[in-house]
Design a binder for this molecule. Structure first.
Ligand SMILES: [Zn+2]
Ligand SMILES: [Zn+2]
Length: 347
C-alpha cells in the first residue's frame, strides 16, 4: 500500500502547514510541463496531498490505511488489518464482499484481452477508427448463447430444482452468513435444455473470430490505452471481459508533438530572412499561408494559433514553426559586389 507520508517526505505528525510546504516543493519539481518533470510522480504527490491536507481523509487514512472510496489503489478492503479494525466503521455491503469475495457466487467473468495497434501520426491528431478481427471465446451463434439445440425443449434444472439460485453459507469472524448465489448448472435460468447445442456442446461459448470496432479519439498520445468494456472474452452466463487497445503512434517526417502543439522546422534562404515573405506551408489541415516577418532570426519560432492538437476542452493547440536560415554556400564575385553595396547601406 502507498505511504502518503513517504511520498511527501513528511513525518506522520507533520502539521498541515508542513504538508502544504512539502507538496508545493515536490509538485514544482515534478510538474510534467517542466523539463525533467515526472507525470507519474506528480500524480502520486497530488493523491497524497488530497488525503493528507484533508482532516477527515487524513484521520481515516491514519486509522485504516485508506482514505475510503474513490477507487484508488490501496483503498480497497484487502489492505486492512483486522486486528486494529473498528467494526462499527464497516458497512454490511463490505462485510459481504469480504466474506464471499467480490461478485458473489464465484462466477468467473470473461478474460480481458490486450492488443496493440499502430496508427499514422495524422490519424492520432484527428481521431480515427479501426476494425480488428480477434480470435477469442465468444457467445455461440448457433444457439445464441442458450446452450440448447434448435427446437429442443427445456427441462427443470436438477441442481437447483428450477430456482436458479443456491444457498451459500459461510462462517466468518462476524458470524454465519447466508447468501443466495446463482446456480452454476443452469446459469441461474432454472431450466436446462433437453438437448445440448451441437456447436458449443451446451457451453454457450465457442472460440471464434469476432470483429472489434475501435474508436480512437482525436489527440491520442503514443502508448495510450483504450478500454472497450465487454469486448474481451465471453464466459458462460457471466459478464464478458474487457478489451484493452494500446495505440502506437507512428512518427511523422515533418511534425513532432509537444503536448498539444505541433512543432516543425522551416528552412528559408538568407534573402527571405532579410526582407520577409509569405510562404505556403503544408500542415495536417492542408495548405496555409504564413507571413515570415522581415528580419526574422535563426531559430525564431512562428506561431500559428489553433493548428495544433485537439484538447479535451474542445480547443486546439498551436502549430509552432521553427525558422532555420540557410546561409549561402558559395559567394560569387557578382554577389560579393552586391553585398558590398548592402554594407554601404548599413546592413
Ligand atoms: Zn451453442
Ligand atoms: Zn440450476
Amino acid at each position: 500500500m502507498k505511504d502518503y507520508y513517504d511520498i511527501l517526505g513528511v513525518p506522520r505528525n507533520a502539521t498541515k502547514e508542513d504538508v502544504k510546504k512539502a507538496y508545493r516543493k515536490l509538485a514544482h519539481q515534478c510538474h510534467p510541463d517542466k523539463k525533467g518533470g515526472d507525470e507519474k510522480r506528480f500524480k502520486e504527490i497530488n493523491e497524497a496531498y488530497q488525503i493528507l491536507s484533508n482532516d477527515d481523509k487524513r484521520s481515516q487514512y491514519d486509522r485504516f490505511g485508506s482514505s475510503g472510496g474513490s477507487g484508488q489503489e490501496g483503498a480497497g478492503f484487502g489492505g486492512f488489518d483486522f486486528g486494529n479494525f473498528g467494526f462499527d466503521q464497516m458497512d454490511v455491503g463490505d462485510i459481504f464482499e469480504t466474506v464471499f469475495g467480490r461478485g458473489g457466487g464465484g462466477k468467473r467473468r470473461g478474460r480481458d484481452i490486450s492488443i496493440d495497434i499502430e496508427i499514422p501520426f495524422a490519424e492520432a491528431i484527428f481521431g480515427t477508427e479501426r476494425r480488428v478481427l480477434i480470435r477469442k471465446r465468444a457467445l455461440c451463434d448457433e444457439c445464441k448463447g442458450t446452450g440448447a439445440e434448435k427446437g429442443s425443449t427445456l427441462s427443470t434444472c436438477v441442481t437447483c430444482h428450477g430456482a436458479g439460485t443456491l444457498r451459500d453459507t459461510r462462517k466468518s469472524l462476524f458470524g454465519t452468513f447466508t447468501k443466495m448465489v446463482e446456480c452454476g448448472s443452469c446459469g441461474g435460468k432454472g431450466k436446462v435444455p433437453e438437448k445440448k447445442c451441437r456447436a458449443c456442446h451446451g457451453e454457450t461459448i465457442v472460440i471464434k473470430s469476432e470483429e472489434a470496432h475501435i474508436i480512437v479519439p482525436s489527440g491520442i498520445e503514443d502508448g495510450e490505452v483504450i478500454r472497450i468494456s465487454g469486448k474481451g472474452e465471453a464466459a458462460p452466463s457471466a459478464d464478458s471481459g474487457d478489451l484493452y487497445v494500446k495505440v502506437h503512434v507512428l512518427p511523422h517526417a515533418t511534425f513532432k508533438r509537444i503536448r498539444h502543439d505541433l512543432v516543425m522546422r522551416l528552412d528559408i534562404p538568407l534573402s527571405t530572412a532579410l526582407v520577409g515573405s509569405s510562404e505556403d506551408i503544408e500542415t495536417l489541415d492542408g495548405k496555409i499561408k504564413i507571413k515570415i516577418p522581415q528580419g526574422v532570426a535563426d531559430g525564431e519560432v512562428l506561431k500559428v494559433a489553433g493548428k495544433g492538437i485537439m484538447r479535451d476542452d474542445g480547443g486546439r493547440g498551436d502549430l509552432l514553426i521553427e525558422v532555420k536560415i540557410s546561409m549561402p554556400k558559395k559567394i560569387t564575385t557578382a554577389l560579393k559586389a552586391l553585398i558590398e553595396e548592402l554594407k554601404r547601406e548599413g546592413f
